[in-house]
Design a protein around this ligand. Structure first.
Ligand code: IPD
Ligand code: CA
Ligand code: CA
Length: 260
């Protein structure tokens, strides 16, 4: 049998190719909230991935965004975002991915993020480094936020809750070289791992948004904490991921904006 990493790459690719094929088709859009949408493609992608996992590893647990939360009492749990960047996808904006992570006894051991538009597969294995299409990747060497390209995102309840990241964004945009709100937290984290972004922060993400990207950043030599600098865990209410060199400076800027 293939190892977990090879298996995760295979199912991420299969789902990603499906997403790419359907990108320009008409989609059925349903709303989970005023600006939180889901298409039929998210659900089909999730079904493709979870059914294959269940066939090969029938005793494993699975958590995926749309409708899967299976607890079989296993030490292994697959954590899946079948389409990260749904808003982009629904508009035909080609920045989205499939994110698949495998956790064993509360430790992330495999993370795979696949961008089918660029045919880029980002892969990390605990203790074995991070790779992009088989080439080892590392976080950037950038020092100083003023030289940094950062990424962030905003929660779907941006209009309802004051903890919506606008305060942090307003401070950081005046300190950084530039900030992108590209629309896929998982891919943003993969880009931190690959040194394309120097840092990323966001609030209120879900386990499936960050599980694979978290391992990728750490295995690429970066630092992942919450925005206060505390150890990161899957349910943390915020995430700060960086090349490590700008971490403290980013924390200080976020801290200066924290009273809203
Ligand atoms: C969203 C994206 C987005 C982030 C949101 C996520 P979805 O995931 O990662 O960049 O800002 O908070 O929920 O809904 O496209 O899977
Ligand atoms: Ca997501
Ligand atoms: Ca999603």
């Amino acid at each position: 049998m293939k190892d977990f990493k090879e298996f995760a790459i295979e199912i991420a690719r299969e789902a990603g190719i499906f997403l790419k094929d359907k990108l320009n088709s008409a989609h059925t859009i349903n709303y989970k909230g005023e600006i939180n949408l889901v298409t039929e493609v998210d659900k089909i992608s999730e079904e493709m991935i979870t059914s294959t996992i269940t066939t090969l590893f029938p005793d494993h647990d699975i958590l995926a965004e749309e409708f899967t939360d299976i607890d079989r009492g296993s030490d292994f749990r697959w954590i899946i975002d079948p389409l990260d960047g749904t808003t982009n996808y629904a508009h035909g904006y080609p920045y989205f991915c499939v994110s698949i992570a495998l956790e064993r006894l509360d430790t992330m051991i495999v993370g795979v993020i696949y961008d089918p538009m660029l045919d880029e597969v980002f892969v990390a294995e605990k203790g074995k480094g991070a790779f992009l299409n088989d080439r080892e990747i590392h976080v950037s060497n950038t020092r100083g936020i003023i030289k940094s390209l950062l990424a962030t995102g905003f929660p779907y309840d941006i209009r309802e809750d004051r903890h919506n990241n606008l305060n942090y964004f307003n401070k950081m945009i005046l300190k950084a070289q530039a900030i992108r709100r590209a629309g896929s937290a998982a891919l943003d984290l993969a880009y931190v791992a690959a040194g394309r972004f120097d840092g990323f922060w966001e609030l209120k993400l879900n386990p499936w948004d960050i599980a694979a990207g978290w391992l990728l950043v750490e295995e690429a030599g970066g630092t992942v904490t919450d925005i206060g600098g505390n150890n990161y865990f899957l349910e943390s209410p915020s995430i700060l991921a960086s090349n490590g060199r700008i971490h403290k400076e980013m924390m200080a800027v976020l801290e200066s904006a924290s009273s809203i």
